[in-house]
Design a protein around this ligand. Structure first.
Ligand code: ADP
Ligand code: NA
Length: 350
């Protein structure tokens, strides 16, 4: 099954499925438009966006086989063509008559922005049921979902993947963060890997416990650099793991921006792993998409290692997967753009 080669799909049978795409329209304006004001923009840019689309591109650029499941209208055809060129399979997408999902973004010279979202094809009820059906019948081994499609569809995707035979491994990057009520009723047993940043991990803890998270005991594993944020994140992941309302079968990945990543694998004997952020080749110019780049590369790393329980990986293998993803995310922040700034596996040179 192994087709090998850095620029080919790792395994012909393995495939990730992920959701949601958007057209991002950037209007550069002298100031964020005021109520009643008409304003000319000084520059316009249009990019493929949506966390699903960015993460799909990241998996493809990492050399993984990936299909995007979601919906797009005729106005999104250019985007599908671009994604196909990047190596993403788009045949599971449901075509709609209405518009593709959209983000209309005003950018001011002082770095302020203001964003209007249109769910469009992503939230059309009629296409949503078609998407759900396609996801049920599609063949895939790994599922990566975000929280940018209707909540019912996210739940459907997680549960279907968890209960199908053979099961698919599920990766959940809950961004934007679901509401506290949603977090409380989520069937966490259906989640194998949870990818969050520190703020999201805290929100989850608060939702499940009804109390603010405060680090009480700051104990770092030996060999970790002394750092309060790192210590706090490490403790937070252990506190989450220990909650009765949160299954210990969920492997936890917490991204910490310029600090890097902490992973707490679900294996009972597993120690937490810390991978510091990559040394950057240049200044940070745009962190958009870094989280998506990381998530995509992480899943691609698991794809590369075959259809086995990712939790079954040794600590060294897991650290290897995370290091590649961290290196890719580090390259991503030194370039402008979202999916366009995601490096290919060849560029990483590892
Ligand atoms: P999110 O945008 O989802 O909150 P993070 O900001 O934690 O995600 O970024 C994801 C990953 O991207 C980090 O774990 C890190 O590896 C990399 N990264 C982000 N910002 C920087 C930075 N300033 N320097 C180096 N790496 C970074
Ligand atoms: Na990011």
């Amino acid at each position: 099954r192994y087709t090998s080669g850095k620029n080919k799909w790792f395994f012909t049978q393995l495939r990730t499925l992920i959701c949601k795409l958007d057209i991002d329209e950037f209007f550069h304006v002298p100031n964020i438009v005021n109520p009643g004001q008409t304003l000319s923009s000084t520059k316009f840019e249009r990019r493929a966006g949506g966390k699903g689309a960015n993460q799909a591109v990241a998996i493809a650029k990492a050399g993984g086989r990936v299909a995007l499941c979601g919906a797009a209208g005729p106005d999104g055809q250019w985007m599908l063509d671009d994604m196909k060129k990047a190596g993403v399979q788009v045949e599971e997408l449901v075509p709609t008559e209405g518009p593709t999902g959209r983000a209309i973004i005003q950018l001011s010279p002082d770095g302020e922005n203001s964003i209007v979202l249109l769910g469009g094809a992503n939230t059309e009820p009629s296409t949503q049921s078609t998407c759900d059906t396609r996801l049920s019948s599609a063949s895939y081994t790994h599922l990566l979902v975000q929280n940018e499609i209707p909540w019912a569809s996210t739940l459907h995707a997680l549960q279907t993947s968890h209960t199908r035979s053979p099961r698919a491994w599920t990766f959940f990057n809950p961004s934007p963060m679901p509401s506290r009520d949603q977090l409380r009723v989520l069937p966490w047993d259906a989640v194998d890997w949870l990818i969050v940043n520190e703020g999201e991990a805290e929100e989850l803890y608060t939702a499940l416990t009804d109390k603010e998270y405060t680090a009480t005991r700051v104990v770092l594993p030996p060999n970790w650099p002394s750092n309060t944020t790192l210590a706090g994140a490490h403790l937070l992941l252990h506190c989450l793991r220990d909650l009765d309302s949160f299954p210990s079968t969920v492997s936890l990945v917490c991204t910490l921006g310029s600090l890097g990543v902490v992973v707490l694998p679900a294996r009972t004997d597993a120690e937490a792993i810390y991978v510091p952020a990559a040394k950057l080749a240049g200044p940070v110019v745009d962190t958009t998409g870094a989280g998506d780049c990381f998530a995509g590369y992480l899943v691609a790393g698991f794809l590369e290692r075959g259809h086995q329980d990712p939790v079954g990986l040794s600590a060294a293998e897991l650290e290897g997967v995370v290091k590649v993803a961290v290196k890719a995310a580090g390259m991503c922040v030194t370039r402008h753009g979202a999916s366009g700034s995601i490096p290919s596996r060849r560029e990483l040179n590892i």
